[in-house]
Design a protein around this ligand. Structure first.
Ligand code: PLP
Length: 372
């Protein structure tokens, strides 16, 4: 059997990884400033994370969500404390798309409505239809039975005010748009969404799948604006490479038996990985590091007059390349052995480990000068 050919692949195969570095079979070493789409939060193969997974493998790796699992409770408690949401509840799943599906479904269940407001250039994942084609009315929310989604321009207060009304179940918005090219949401726009959602009885869903988990210097990007969303979705950096996702759910939202469900979500290995990630974020002060090294990188990038609109927060950084330098990412990879990310058509995205060191950041800036 061949692989279904859907991914454009670089002809490079990493076989070993540690911290911010990857190695290929022939011993070549690459600096990773992309973390496989923002997944590597505490650094590749962090020893504490490896030990936690090995320790769990020696005990039990899987049973279904039909038995008590105190690792899930431990994870929820730790996540509540580190994120600043101790009064919220946690639903565990396996990916960012699943987290968003569950959040949309929850909003639709709670409000009994199906209309969703989303934003232009948003990316929330690649699932749909699984619930809609399931023949069990108990798990099909109105939203699942017929999508009704309107896309508005980001940060456009007037168009939002005219779109929000009593028919809306939820607004879904990223903390910072990632795949859309590192587009920042203004504090005043977040505050307006929060206020108008309350007035209209709609739920505010903050997709922090890419921008969360300490990447911006705060645990969640939306925390710079002081709002408290009804639902917050997480994945990517949560497991540092072990697939795990979740939804943080405001205390006003009450569960009922069977409301949500999953086979693999919250399995022992995923919980062990996710707990280890939070422990390392705390003990190694990685949010402070993301803030400091993020500033160093952004300030350094702003000195290159060639790069337009250097933007972002902490270690979620984007900048625009001019048409004349569209090959820069390939040059960095093949000549300087540095992985970066992109957003179409010409944005370079940096999403390194939150443990990126000053030396590694300076090495990147130096290599950029050489590449140019
Ligand atoms: N939400 C955001 C903001 C994302 O960036 C992504 C993935 O890039 C997703 C959701 C989907 O996550 P996953 O690929 O884990 O389903």
């Amino acid at each position: 059997m061949k692989l279904f050919d859907v991914y454009p692949l670089f002809p490079i195969e990493p076989v070993k990884a540690q911290g911010s570095w990857l190695w290929t079979d022939d011993g070549k070493k690459y600096l990773d400033l992309y973390g496989g789409h923002a997944v590597i939060s505490i650094g590749h193969n962090h020893p504490h994370w490896v030990a936690a997974l090995k320790n769990q493998l020696d005990r039990i790796s899987f049973y279904s969500n039909s038995v008590k699992n105190s690792l899930q409770e431990k994870l929820a408690e730790k996540l509540g404390a580190v994120s600043g949401y101790p009064d919220y509840s946690l639903f565990l799943c396996n990916s960012g798309a699943e987290a968003n599906e569950n959040a949309l479904k929850l909003a639709s269940f709670v409000t009994g409505k199906k209309k969703i407001i989303a934003f232009k250039k948003a990316f929330h994942g690649r699932t749909s239809g699984a619930v809609a084609s399931t023949d069990n009315p108990k798990i099909v929310a109105p939203f699942n039975a017929g999508h009704d989604i309107v896309f508005l321009p980001l940060n456009d207060e007037a168009s939002f005010i005219s779109a929000i009304n009593q028919d809306v179940a939820a607004i879904i918005i990223e903390g910072i748009q990632g795949v859309g090219g590192i587009q920042m949401v203004t504090d005043s726009f977040f505050q307006l969404l929060s206020k108008k959602c309350k007035e209209a009885g709609a739920l505010l869903i903050l997709d922090e799948v890419q921008s969360g988990y300490g990447r911006t210097g705060k645990f969640f990007a939306h925390q710079f604006s002081g709002i408290r969303p009804d639902l917050i979705t997480i994945a990517k950096g949560m497991g540092n490479g072990f697939p795990v996702g979740g939804v943080l759910i405001a205390p006003e939202i009450k569960p009922w038996s069977g409301m949500l469900g999953t086979t693999f979500g919250g399995n022992y290995l995923a919980c062990a990985a996710a707990l280890a990630v939070l422990e390392v974020i705390e003990t190694e002060n990685l949010m402070a590091n993301a803030h400091t090294i993020g500033h160093l990188l952004s300030d350094g990038l702003k000195k290159f007059s060639l790069f337009k609109n250097v933007r972002g927060q902490g270690l979620m950084i984007g900048f625009d390349l001019p048409e004349t330098h569209i090959n820069l990412r390939n040059d960095l990879l093949f000549q300087h052995h540095i992985f970066t990310g992109e957003a179409k058509p010409n944005v370079v995205r940096l999403l390194p480990s939150l443990a990126l060191s000053k030396e590694e950041a300076l090495l990147f800036l130096h290599s950029l000068t050489q590449a140019l």
